[in-house]
Design a binder for this molecule. Structure first.
Ligand SMILES: Nc1ncnc2c1ncn2[C@@H]1O[C@H](COP(=O)(O)OP(=O)(O)O)[C@@H](O)[C@H]1O
Ligand SMILES: [Mg+2]
Length: 242
């Protein structure tokens, strides 16, 4: 008997995805294919649809038109995925308490939760903060705990929405190092940022959004060396675009 074929969950395809709020169009027939590999970074000005893209990809909101498909066979069945929002909300519990809650919600067996929590806290560098009230952590520490919570689901794909917004350089570097570690473990990272420096540091692939559609997609090196579109050139030149 032949063993079952192993089919990867990537690419993630958006096919003419439309989404609006009232009579405002937010995603306007957005099509893109995001492949396996190093992090894909979404860039674009405020209001271009980055957060909405991630919410749709995470399955938190259904498109009004078009579809999302996963893997080479364009399946509607999504892989294990997790998202970290820009401003994570911590439970009024300890660092460990927040993580054990997430592990229980992810259906990790009770006798494995403590060990898994310890592993995740080490991974994000919070092993010295186990009993600290989560809401007393600094912004960067809270963001690292949010990453650990998201990893409780053992995601194949991890969506990050501006994870370093409002963090200082040291805290930003700590988050970026974790992102690189996760990508090296084979987790597909899809991350929005408004910070072009961060996009340069982390991206394998860049997706430039403008008014709810993809303007340009390509390998990060060639994008930053010379965007193919006029909009892309003006965007990386730092012009204030809308
Ligand atoms: N629930 C909503 N109701 C009305 N407008 C929304 C809603 N969510 C997002 N928008 C609008 O959609 C556009 C895209 O938003 P968003 O995805 O947050 O962009 P970005 O993350 O790139 O800043 C913005 O103009 C925003 O104001
Ligand atoms: Mg946003």
């Amino acid at each position: 008997m032949s063993s079952p074929r192993v089919i990867g969950c990537m690419p993630l395809a958006f096919e003419a995805v439309q989404l609006g709020a009232g009579d405002v169009a937010i995603l306007r027939g957005l099509s893109v294919e995001i492949a396996a590999g190093p992090p894909t970074v979404l860039i674009g000005p405020n209001g271009s649809g980055k957060t909405t893209f991630l919410r749709v990809a995470m399955g938190l909101v259904a498109p009004a038109g078009g579809r999302i498909a996963w893997g080479p066979e364009k399946s509607a069945a999504a892989p294990r995925r997790a998202i970290v929002f820009q401003r994570p909300v911590m439970l009024r519990r300890s660092v460990l308490g927040n993580l054990l809650f997430a592990l229980r919600a992810a259906h990790v067996e009770k006798q494995q939760r403590e060990r898994r929590a310890a592993e995740l806290l080490t991974l994000v560098g919070l092993e010295g903060f186990v009993h600290r009230p989560a809401r007393r952590l600094s912004g960067g520490e809270q963001q690292r705990l949010a990453l650990a919570r998201a990893l409780a689901r053992d995601p194949e794909v991890l969506f990050l929405d501006e994870p370093t917004a409002s963090l200082d350089p040291a805290a930003t570097k700590a988050i970026e190092d974790i992102v690189r570690t996760l990508a090296a473990k084979g987790i597909k990272i899809v991350m929005a940022t408004h910070d072009l420096g961060e996009a340069r540091r982390l991206a394998g692939e860049v997706v430039l959004l403008h008014r709810g559609a993809v303007v340009e997609i390509g390998p990060a090196d060639s994008f930053f060396a010379g965007p193919k579109t006029d909009y892309g050139r003006r965007f990386i030149a730092g012009e204030l675009l809308t």
